[in-house]
Every structure is written in C-alpha cells, then in structure tokens.
Design a protein. Structure first.
Length: 476
C-alpha cells in the first residue's frame, strides 16, 4: 500500500461517515432536500445499467450540481431496492484518502461494510480528477470487477474529457452536465404554473404540440432576468446572499479555479494573466462576431497562442465557438470569422455586474442566454453573415447541407409591427426556400406574413424555455 499517514481504522471511519446509509435509514441521506435537476432522469439509467461493462463518467463545469446528482442517484438506488450496504461513495479530494488507489478505496469500503463479495456493488467516486492518472485506475477497476458498477464525477471538465477519450474508449460512458437551463430553473423554483401550451401550427404538428408559452409574460421575464444574472448554478438560485455578491462567489468558485488552477495544471499554461485577459474580453463581447486578429488586439494575447487558449476555454466548457455560413448556408473554406458565446450568461455577471432590462448590452446577453440552452444538442446552430446581412441562428441538415430553420434574436417589440424591416432574415429565407422563421421579442406573440415568409414572433424568455425543454426531450 502507498505511503499514507492515516491508519486503516481512520480511513474506514471516514468512509463510514461518507456512507451514512450503511447504518442509518435511507431518509438520512445527505442532500435529499435539494430537488433533482431534470437531467437526472437521463443520467440515472446510465447508473442503473449493469448489462454493459462500462464506468459512467459524469463531467461538467464547477458548481452545476454533479455531487448532488450522485447523491440523488444513491437515493434512487436505495428506493429501487438496492441494498444500502452495497452502495459506496467516496470523495477522492478528501485528504485522508491521499495516495490511495481507487482499488484500495474499494477494498477498504468492502471491509467497512463487512461484505467482501466483489459483485453487485454500485461505487461512486466524486472529484476524481484529484487522483493522478485516475483514468488508468478506473479502467483497471472496470476490467477487474465486471459485476460492479463504477460511477465517477469531476469538475475539471477539460481534463476529464481529454483523459476519458484517451484511456476510456470502450470502458467509459461520458455524461456532460451543463449549467442550469432556463427550463430547469423554472422547474426547480416551482414556477410551472407560469407555463401553458402554445396552440400554434408552427414547424409542423409534431413540434408545435410540444411548444409552450407563459401565462404571465411580465413575471416570466423577471425570472428570465434573474436566470441570466444568477441562474446557471442550482445552489445560487435559492441564495439571496450569493446573489448579492455574485462576483465574489461565482468568480472565486468557478472562474478563478478553472482559469488559475485547472487549465494551467492540465496544459502547462504559464501566463495565467494572459488567459484571464482573453476570457474577460470574450465574456464582455459574448455573441459578437470576431476574428483572430481582432481578438488578439482586444485581449492583448499573441495570435500564435490565441487559438490554443480558445481550445482550452472550450474544453473547459466556459465558451463555445460558433461557425459562420454565407447567405446560401455554405461553409467558408477559411474560417477567419466566428462567434464566441459564454456557455452560461451568469458568468458575465460574475466578472462585471448584473445586467438590467434597460442596459445597452441586454440584447447580446439575451442571445448568449438562448444559445446556452443548446449546449447538449447535437444540432448546435450556425450563424449566417454576408456582405449586407446577418441571421443569428441557422440550423442546417448536415446530410443535405440545407437550412432547416432560421431564428433572429431580438430584445425589442419593434419588428412585430415592422416585419418588413427584417431584411436580412427575409432575404436568407427566400434564398433558401424557407417559408417560415422565428423572431424573438420582449413580450409579443403572433404571426406576421412578409411576402412568401411567415414570421413567428415569440418572447425571448419563452423561446429560451422551449429550447431547453426540447433539448431534454431530444436526449431521452
């Protein structure tokens, strides 16, 4: 056994503390007071599935609820009849486990329960990135204990994804937990009474049957603003203390740890201030088109290293780069221009200040918030830009390269009564034989015909909710 300053009895005592269900009733399970995220219903079947010999790797940004999701999984396993003493949880970052391998932790846990039968276990290792070469340890466990289900989680999303892809092929199933969607925000805040079906015939009957709207647009918009400023992280939406000091809590717990510790540790970045400067530049300009040259000038980061930094930030799930198409939805051979979005709009509030409805940048932040609802989708949209026009979101059939839909994100009601002024959107639709398109508003809903194109108007908050809702439905 590797050198460890703690005795076996001390380690077992700690394991017993982390696994109260071994000796206590399951209703003493920690974190049960927190309502599960909607993604739990997609994640839990991966935990329960023991037919395939694979570990489940839960990854995602910091503070999105991964540990709580593990606890909810344990609670559900117990409710489903799994013996509590066959369920093991260990947080790898706990100092008393320092220098212990995953197999040693597993063996000590079995000894603590008095059950040395290696089959039928559900083993949860939290914050797995704190163990060096965790992926090698986990692969060995999967190969050795074929009748045990291993589930691990980690906050260093970039490191997790990299190592899982390198070493876990055929042995690991990855599950990325994104920041909270607006759909989940409304659900967790018990505000479902604000939702009602939207009885329209848009984009075909199958899709329209799933669209919803709100019973109170003013109240719904107020919650949307709170979501934009504070709502990407489950524990933050219930804490007035955190919201009153969002910069301090979110910046220190999420941004600083990723930019100053996770990424430098993984990629050997030496100039962390340079990386920080780039990220703050992106955060302030989220949703704007940019180029490598322009981004280099604004951030002060050398072009020679800029693309690498962008890759690191994207791997850490802090940003997403969106590709550009032309007026005919054709891709450019040289991708000199692109858009960068924050994966969570509340990162902007953490760095700067909470935004209000009247702020000049509200339109771009709304666009960022809506784009963030697409994070788990397979059909993440493009944007179109050409000499005399631009359309915000374009979904394209990747087989035929034909546009499927076009969306223009606006934080104004102006175009509801002046649809003909949406010249870029109308031009794109006519060029690509699209007979309908969607435009967001502040609080207007309805249809407007402009030539051969039927424009559907929907409040931005309602559209954001629907995108998050359909994302969940698509993954089931």
């Amino acid at each position: 056994m590797a050198l460890n300053p703690f005795s076996t009895d001390q380690i077992i005592t700690r394991l017993q503390y982390e696994n109260p269900w071994w000796t206590a009733a399951s209703n003493n399970l920690q974190r049960q007071e927190l309502q599960p995220r909607l993604y739990f219903n997609i994640f839990y079947p991966l935990v329960l599935n023991t037919n395939i010999n694979r570990a489940c790797v839960l990854m995602g940004p910091r503070r999105v609820g991964k540990t709580v999701m593990l606890y909810h999984s344990i609670q559900k396993l117990i409710a489903d009849g799994i013996p509590p003493r066959k369920i093991i949880y260990a947080s790898v970052e706990t100092p008393i486990y320092n220098n212990l391998s995953l197999e040693e932790l597993f063996q000590l846990s079995m000894a603590a329960t008095g059950d040395n039968e290696p089959g039928g276990w559900f083993v949860f290792f939290d914050e797995i990135q704190y163990l060096k070469e965790w992926e090698v340890h986990l692969k060995s466990l999967v190969d050795t204990y074929r009748k045990t289900k291993f589930v691990v989680s980690g906050s260093a999303a970039a490191a997790m994804k990299l190592k899982s892809n390198e070493s876990g092929a055929g042995r690991f199933t990855d599950f990325m937990l994104p920041p909270l969607t607006f759909h989940e925000y409304i659900h967790l805040k018990n505000l479902d009474s604000l939702i009602t079906p939207l009885n329209v015939n848009w984009y075909g009957s199958d899709r329209s049957n799933r669209l919803v709207t709100t019973t109170n647009t003013k109240e719904f918009n107020s919650h949307f603003l709170d979501y934009i400023n504070f709502g990407g992280y489950p524990e933050f939406i219930f804490s007035a203390e955190i919201q009153s000091a969002a910069g301090r809590f979110m910046k220190s717990d999420i941004i600083d740890k990723v930019l100053l510790r996770d990424l430098p540790g993984l990629y050997g970045i030496k100039d962390v201030q340079e990386l920080y400067s780039l990220f703050t530049t992106i955060a302030w300009n989220s949703g704007h088109e940019c180029s490598i040259d322009e981004l280099s000038k604004k951030s002060g980061v050398r072009k020679s290293i800029l693309r690498q930094y962008l890759s690191y930030l994207e791997a850490a799930f802090l940003i997403q780069i969106v590709k550009r198409v032309d007026q005919r939805a054709g891709r450019f051979q040289r991708e000199n221009f692109f858009k960068i979005y924050l994966t969570n709009p509340s990162l902007r509030s953490a760095l700067f200040t909470p935004i209000s409805f009247e702020d000049e940048g509200m339109g771009q932040v709304v666009e960022t918030a809506i784009f963030s609802q697409w994070m788990q989708r397979q059909d993440v949209p493009y944007y179109a830009r050409w000499k005399n026009g631009e359309v915000d979101f374009i979904r394209i059939n990747r087989t035929t390269n034909q546009p499927l839909s076009a969306v223009e994100i606006k934080w104004t009601n102006r175009y509801f009564d002046a649809a003909n002024e949406l010249k870029s959107l109308l031009s794109f639709c006519k060029e690509n034989q699209l007979t309908e398109a969607l435009v967001t508003t502040i609080d207007k809903t309805g249809d407007k015909n402009s030539g051969s194109v039927n424009l559907h108007f929907l409040p931005a908050a309602v559209y954001a909710y629907n995108v998050g809702k359909m994302t969940i439905e698509q993954m089931r």
